[in-house]
Design a binder for this molecule. Structure first.
Ligand code: FES
Length: 153
């Protein structure tokens, strides 16, 4: 093989080698970042604003799921000015619960688990009650709807 052929072969070997290294690095790096915890822990969430009291979803369905940090929370409108909030993760196998307005119950459709409006497990497989959170209504001013603020009890 002449010198030109050796140069070409060397370039192709270098090109393929760096491509394989690049491909491996692009696959391994995200996995390593996922597996290694962040340097700083997530700040603990102490309260969240969950919207206005006249929220259309709350008025129509009677509930909505809101984020409390990384945790899903179910906010329920039981009646005029009566709002309740609980952890939305079923205590059986972690499905997300919903509020059944007509039945006045919190229900888990995974295995027909049922909670009352205090979060107490009343039927089905859930072994523990839902954790209740504190709901405060913060005045929005004249002719303005209140803001719903959820905090840890
Ligand atoms: S996960 Fe809710 S009843 Fe099983």
């Amino acid at each position: 093989m002449n010198e030109k052929g050796l140069l070409r072969r060397g370039f192709i070997n270098w090109f393929l080698g760096t491509s394989v290294v690049g491909l491996l690095a692009s696959a391994v790096y995200p996995v390593l970042r996922f597996l290694s915890p962040p340097d700083r822990p997530e700040a603990a969430t102490t309260q969240v604003e969950a919207g206005a009291t006249n929220d259309s979803e709350l008025l129509e369905k009677g509930f909505k799921i809101v984020r409390f940090g990384s945790e899903p929370i179910i906010l329920i409108r039981v009646g005029e000015g009566d709002f309740r909030a609980f952890t939305a993760t079923c205590t059986h196998l972690d499905c997300i619960v919903e509020y059944q307005k007509g039945e006045h119950r919190i229900w888990c459709n995974c295995h027909n688990g049922e909670y009352d409006l205090t979060g107490r497990n009343v039927s089905g497989p859930p072994p523990r009650p839902l954790t209740a959170l504190t709901v405060n209504l913060v005045g929005g001013g004249p002719k303005q709807p209140d803001t719903i603020v959820i905090s840890r009890s």
